[in-house]
Ligand binder design. Structure first.
Ligand code: ADP
Ligand code: MG
Length: 397
């Protein structure tokens, strides 16, 4: 259970509140292409504004690396937020984030009014958790609220440092919800508890296997990660994605699963193609015998059947990472079938990971899942049991 103060535990009426959200939205030609993250912060924004806070919101956007990059301005997010709220949102356009506009807002916002600061990563101190910038941010508020789950695994000025210099702190509703769903799943799952891992960020994800093996009853591994395991077991994997440095680790994990009595399932067959292209000729082969000029791009039909059968009795399922290169229609079958199988389960189903969430959305199964996490890297680190600096910085109840 979450033992941190939430926005239901504090009184914000007439107070200056600084709210950190995750408005790190995808942009194309200055337009927001997916506003899921803005929508996810609405309950907290509405609550604080409705309770009479003088609300200053902040977020990062993209990777400007401490420089002012006009194309990464949060202005479009201010406009979209205003649209979604049906209410004015003042964009506080200071290139140094805390400048004359921000200071004006601190003095002049009325109860319930909202301002949005410029991209916090325009300041080089942000990602270094610089104390001076933390203090500047803190000078804008009596109360700091963190609702940015997607960045809570980073100790930055606006996600962690700032908390030390304000009178009161709390987490927002999104953070509370994420921690509750992910936390319950990991700490007290209804069993059988299954995890499905895939995707391409193999080296950053592979270490999660070790901690998941302490918790789950069933572990399914597909996507780009599977070929490292196939090679570790002596398979021929052609041009498939592989993490040579983790072959030994993969072998250890197979052994550990066996010792722990965890049912670890790896693909038995795989769809292969000579290149990542929907026009490319593709076929299914044994995962241990991929021809030299081919690469694994999806799990095969026998694997789909095997994974579906293993999931049948599961009561809690967490999924991170697509089963194949689902952006290419011909290589999306495995991801689609697993999403469908999860949607049909009578179980708690949780999706973590940006691309996995996108896949589930795109395939139309989003409303059939219990929870789709807004945090990619954050949800994984959480599942690994790591303490998140953005949560640790908030006062206990
Ligand atoms: P998430 O964002 O859900 O955490 P990742 O970022 O780790 O997932 O991986 C998503 C990407 O993995 C997708 O772009 C997908 O195309 C890719 N992928 C899945 N299977 C393979 C594969 N066999 N080979 C290469 N890339 C793959
Ligand atoms: Mg991703």
């Amino acid at each position: 259970m979450l033992n941190k103060k939430t926005i239901d535990d504090i009184n914000v009426k007439g107070k200056n509140v600084l709210l950190r959200v995750d408005f790190n939205v995808p942009l194309k030609d200055g337009e927001i292409t997916d506003d899921t993250r803005i929508k996810a912060a609405l309950p907290t924004i509405k609550k604080l504004s409705g309770d009479g806070a003088k609300l200053i919101i902040c977020s990062h956007l993209g990777k400007p690396k401490g420089e002012v990059k006009p194309e990464l301005s949060l202005k479009p997010a201010a406009d979209r937020l205003a649209e979604l709220l049906g209410k004015e949102v003042k964009f506080l356009k200071d290139d140094n984030v805390v400048g004359e506009h921000a200071l004006w807002a601190k003095e002049n916002l009325k109860e319930g009014e909202i301002g949005l600061l410029e991209n916090t990563r325009f300041r080089p101190e942000e990602e270094k958790n610089g104390e001076d910038f933390s203090k500047e941010l803190a000078s804008l508020a009596d109360i700091y609220v963190n609702d940015a789950f997607g960045t809570a695994h980073r100790a930055h000025a606006s996600t962690a440092g700032v908390a030390a210099f304000v009178k009161e702190t709390a987490v927002g509703y999104l953070m509370e919800k994420e921690i509750q769903f992910l936390g319950n799943a990991v700490d007290d799952p209804v069993r059988p508890f299954a995890a499905i891992l895939g995707g391409s960020k193999v080296s950053s994800k592979i270490s999660v296997i070790d901690s998941l093996l302490e918790k789950v009853d069933i572990l399914l591994i597909g996507g780009g990660m599977a070929y490292t395991f196939a090679k570790a077991q002596g398979g021929k994997i052609g041009k498939s994605l592989v993490e040579e440095d983790y072959l030994e680790y993969a072998t250890q994990m197979i052994k550990k699963a066996d010792e722990k009595g965890v049912r670890l399932l790896l693909p038995v067959d795989t769809v292969v193609a000579p290149e990542i292209d929907n026009e490319a000729k593709f076929r299914t082969v044994d995962i241990m015998a991929i021809p030299d000029n081919q690469m694994g791009v999806d799990i095969g039909p026998r694997t789909i059947a095997l994974f579906k059968d293993a999931l049948k009795k599961a009561k809690t399922v967490i999924w991170n990472g697509p089963m194949g290169i689902f952006e290419i229609p011909n290589f999306a079958q495995g991801t689609k079938e697993i999403a469908k199988a999860m949607a049909e389960l009578d179980a708690t189903t949780i999706i973590g990971g940006g691309d996995s969430a996108a896949a589930v959305n795109q395939l139309g199964f989003a409303d059939k899942m219990t929870h789709i996490s807004t945090g990619g890297g954050a949800s994984l680190e959480f599942l690994e049991g790591k303490e998140m600096p953005g949560v640790a910085a908030i006062a206990d109840k």
